[in-house]
Each structure stands twice: as structure tokens, then as C-alpha cells.
Design a protein. Sequence first.
Length: 457
Amino acid sequence: MSSTPLADIVAALLPRARTELAELVSYASVADERQFPKSECEKAAVWVADALRAEGFQEVALLDTPDGTQSVYGWLPGPEGAPTVLLYAHYDVQPPLDESAWLSPPFELTERDGRWYGRGAADCKGGVLMHLTALRALREHGGAPVNIKVIVEGSEEQGTGGLERYAEEHPELLAADAIVIGDAGNFRVGLPTVTSTLRGMVLAEVRVSTLEGNLHSGQFGGAAPDALGALIQILASLRDADGSTTIDGLDASGEWPGLRYPEEDFRRDAKVLDGVELVGKGSVADRIWARPSVTVLGIDAPPVVGATPSVQATAGALVSVRVPPGTAAEQAAEALTAHLRAAAPWGAKVEVTQRGSGQPFRADTGSPAYTAMADAMREAYGEELAVAGQGGSIPLCNTLATLYPRAEILLIGLSEPEAQIHAVNESVSPRELERLSLAEALFLGHYAASKSAGGAA
């Protein structure tokens, strides 16, 4: 990264970014009251609102969204006639999983081996600090050259759709010429990347019942239908022998036309154990960016410790399906539900309840905003911009694309493979935070200039 006045300002702001990221990470803002108090999310929302006010935002509001969570909105006017750019991130995080597996406390930002560790450090509290650092650098460099809207969501990880429904009910609130979603990541550390596609998501709970109550396995086992065994068969039917997703009615033949993802790189990024094969067919990019994939997220069954010799009467599981652009979430939900019911053995009773969903997304990579971002990334990284897909979901993207069809939507962020988001020991690279903050600041300048030359949308 070359030394320029703006780059020097961003570098000087990095210690402040670390201090504030530590404050934000300290809130256990998991948007599920069954796991963490709602007050933790409320504290994080207030922190973000206070930070926006401190930066001179003229309008700051805590939005009560229909799913019972809060999103934070801010408005910072720029020069007269300038375009409007919406900056997105989310402050809610995934639960820490097994806290004993963390090498440092999950809600205490800890520096180790040149990275900052903590739940949400990359996904996506780091994205909040990326936006703040870019705006602070521009303020010291003469001010933001565009109108700025900021929206920081409070339930993205839960997929409960609160902000999507709020935006649909208030369609003018998030209207913008360009939208920067700060919840994606570079293909690898040091390679500037924008994400052009996102897979959608369907989250479903399946419940299997076979008996009025548990039975002694010695007295009844062998003839009594076992709900847990039935569930295992149902879940096994979602994949074929090589691990490819095989849900009736979902096309699994998509191919990714762009950036390659070498298998050895994927094995290293995913930390696959020696001797364990990858699942599925086609290239790695095909499998994670262009095809549906099923994951069993959890199973309700007796734990091994304390289990009794019983035939189980009921059992349940939470199942996630990621779907590529071209397949609507509703279509995937219908296919998954039908498949789960049809796969039930022995006439077992199956109940399927949808718990969340999000549409897949495809960006227009030929838009002026992409040109401005490519120039900004080249200046910040000294590397040409790469375009990749992402297997994860950001449900708000399609809502924004539908509400504002003329808006140019870009996805960048700090969730590169080494960040290990959603896993234990999540971390962020401070070097990536610095370069992406600079890139975003440069982008806003380049985008303002391009719109000035061509006229704002």
C-alpha cells in the first residue's frame, strides 16, 4: 500500500479502530434470547448509534424491526447534488459455540500472531469499524464527497428478516445510488475482491414422530419404529454417496464461470483433516458458489452421556439449504419440505417448519460503481480487483435490489478464509481492515467524481 495523505490518515486511525472494535466485540450480541440476554444486542445498537452521532450524522435512529430486534440508521449529508451511498454492516453475531475451544475469550478482542481474535471481529463488527474508519479518514481529508446513509442490522445471522420487512414498509429510507455491503470478504488475504453472487438460504426444522412415548429397547426394539432412526434415514437421503446434495426438484448442475478455487487451497482454508475427502462433484467453485448445498445444523436427540436403552418416540433436526442465483428461496423451501416428507420410512409422521429464508443475489459487475471500486482497490492494495462468488447468504441484498433496481450494489468485507467466521477462534486481519478502510474511502471519492461527470442516478 503506497503512502498517500489519505493512506497515512487511515493508518493513524487504526489504533482507535482496534480500541473501538474491542468495545463492540465485548457485547455478546447474539440475536437469540434463548442463548444470550437481549440487553447485549441493545448495548451494541446503542454503541453504534453513539458512534454515528459522534461522527456528525444529522439523523440517527434505532429502528424497531418486525422481528423484535433493532437496526441502527444514520444520515450524513454531503455536497449539494452529490450521489447517495448506503453503507451496510450488522452488529449481531453468531453464538461462540464451544467456548472451551477458543484460545482466548470469544467476547474479548485478543491479539495473537498478527490477528485480532473475537466473535464478530470480522463478521461483521469489523465491517462497522471499516465504515467508520473510512468516514473518519474522509472527514480529516476534507469531508465525505457523497451523501452517506448507514444501516447496521441487528439480526442478520438469525435470518429472521426484520430489516428486510422494515425496508419494505419504509421504501424511501434506504434509497441510494450505490450500496456497499460490508459483510463479504476477500478471496484470500491481500487479494482485493468483490463478491458478485450470494447463495440464498432456507432454514427448516424437521420433527419426526413414531410412537406415543419412548419404549424399552429390549422389550420392543426390532419391531417398534424408531423416530431417531427414521430421522437419520431422512437426513441421509439429502446427499448421495459422494456427498452431493440431492434434494428432489433442485438443480445441482450449475457451473462457476470465473475465479478458480484450487482444491488444495480450499482444503487448507477449510482445515480439512488429512485423508478426508471433499464432498460433491465438479470444481470447488461450482460446489460452493453455483450449486445448492445442504447442511444439518443440529439434531434433537438424547446425548450419549445419560442415554437410556430406549426406542425414541420423537426426534428433530435443523436443516439449512444454500441455493444459488436462479433458484428462488420459496422454490427451495417447497422442494426441501416435499423431499423430507417423501423420504420418511415406515410411515413416520413428519412435520416441517420453515425457520428462516433469504433470496440469492447476483450483482451487475459492469456498473460504474464497480469501475470506481476497482480503481480504489488497485490504489489501496496494489493489486487488480478479483470477482468471486460467496456461498453464504445476506438476505437484505435481494430486498435492496428489488426496492432500488437502479442502485449499484457492491459486496466487500473482512471475512477472508483465515477469519474463520462462524467457527471458534474467529479473527480479523488488521492489515485487511486498514486496506479496506482506505479502499472504501477512495471508492467514495472516485464514485462521486464519476457521478459528477455523468450525472447522479
